[in-house]
Design a protein around this ligand. Structure first.
Ligand SMILES: NC(=O)c1ccc[n+]([C@@H]2O[C@H](COP(=O)([O-])OP(=O)(O)OC[C@H]3O[C@@H](n4cnc5c(N)ncnc54)[C@H](OP(=O)(O)O)[C@@H]3O)[C@@H](O)[C@H]2O)c1
Length: 326
């Protein structure tokens, strides 16, 4: 199979680099300065064991690559960029499977409009992209855990083959019949905190933890009201200790993917599809979600105004969150 990684940032660059390093055929798709750096100098992949330069082929769009029957598209953009990226690749003559290696639960729905075979991937890996050409993957002893399954549900041979390739590249890649249950679990268990981290900086204070707890509480209530099943701590127990974020020399992972968008002044962030998903479900099913509403609003404002992460204190955010709860 040839893996075409659409969006060779933190997640795409690390999965693509790791697969390529094990002899799999990979093409990265990138844009702007990152594309220029990858094309000129190769992908610099920093890991706890050291940094290597990997000569993975890179293109800037589908026009530069002839379609093949064994192509697998791995979508690894932030969700706000997914529709445009999918549109560009859907016009090809073959119908390649699409794997959504992303957070949130919207990408698979977007992909299914243009592609017959869509797979969800619940991505757990500490990966960082802050500088063109350089991707850090801090997971140790494994780079991460990637639950994979067919969307909306089920498993098939394609999922098993992709998972086997990912395992050969060092990931744990369980194939599961209910991948969206894992993705909803990650959404409420982990990703609602992304905005808190982006707004206030690393979550180390009681104030920041309390805002994150309130957001998660609303998220769980909204999912329950919607009748959506999601994974919890017990499901994750067997993956504890399979990877942790180890230090990577020369790179400074001070935050997750939303934090990184602000740190790079990317101009947009994914919050409409993380906290915004809970807000949407809450509004649909009559569950108040005021804390997620303000996290969505403030984080979007930070992105628009290109504010640095951490510009609002955790104490101020907590005060604000408690005031909107009434
Ligand atoms: N980072 C993590 O540790 C982590 C862990 C688990 C899950 N995730 C999830 O994985 C997904 C990807 O996150 P990420 O952190 O890897 O994002 P990222 O570092 O921002 O990488 C996404 C890349 O896609 C590029 N891109 C967007 N549209 C494109 C297009 N049409 N063609 C080519 N390239 C395009 C972006 O370019 P620009 O730089 O020009 O915008 C960026 O380089 C998100 O859903 C995120 O929540 C991230």
């Amino acid at each position: 199979m040839r893996y075409i990684i659409i969006g060779a940032g933190a997640v795409g660059g690390s999965i693509g680099g790791k697969l390529f390093g094990q002899g799999h055929e990979v093409v990265l798709v990138a844009r702007g300065k990152h594309y220029d750096a990858l094309r000129t100098d190769g992908l610099r992949l920093a890991t706890p064991e050291g940094t290597l330069t990997v000569g993975v082929p890179v293109v800037d769009g589908p026009h530069a690559l002839e379609a093949r029957d064994d192509d697998v598209l791995v979508l690894a953009t932030k969700t706000q960029d997914s529709a445009a990226a999918l549109d560009a690749w859907a016009a090809r003559p073959t119908s390649a499977p699409v794997v959504c290696a992303q957070n949130g639960v919207e990408n698979e729905r977007l992909a299914l409009r243009g592609f017959r075979d869509v797979y969800g991937m619940c991505v757990r890996t500490p990966a960082t992209y802050l500088e063109p050409g350089l991707i850090a993957v801090a997971g140790s002893p494994r780079p991460g855990v990637l639950h994979l399954g067919r969307y909306p549900g089920g498993v098939d041979d394609t999922a098993r083959r992709i998972a086997a390739d990912l395992e050969s590249a060092g990931y744990l890649a369980p194939v599961v019949p209910d991948v969206m249950r894992w993705k909803y679990g990650k959404l409420v268990g982990i990703n609602l905190k992304n905005a808190v981290e982006a707004i206030t900086g690393p979550i180390t204070s009681e104030d920041a933890r309390e805002v994150a707890r309130l957001a998660a509480e609303e998220g769980e209530a909204a999912l329950r009201a919607a009748g959506i099943d999601f994974t919890g701590a017990a499901d994750h127990a067997e993956y504890q200790g399979k990877f942790t974020a180890a230090p990577v020399e020369g790179t400074d992972r001070a935050g997750g993917s939303t934090w990184q968008s602000l740190a790079r002044s990317a101009g947009s962030i994914e919050v409409d599809y993380l906290n915004g998903e809970v807000v949407l479900l809450g509004r649909t099913h009559g569950v108040p979600t005021p804390v997620n509403v303000i996290l969505q609003r403030i984080a979007n404002e930070f992105a628009r105004e290109r504010s640095a992460p951490g510009e609002l204190s955790a104490a101020e955010l907590r005060e604000f969150a408690e005031s909107v709860r009434g």
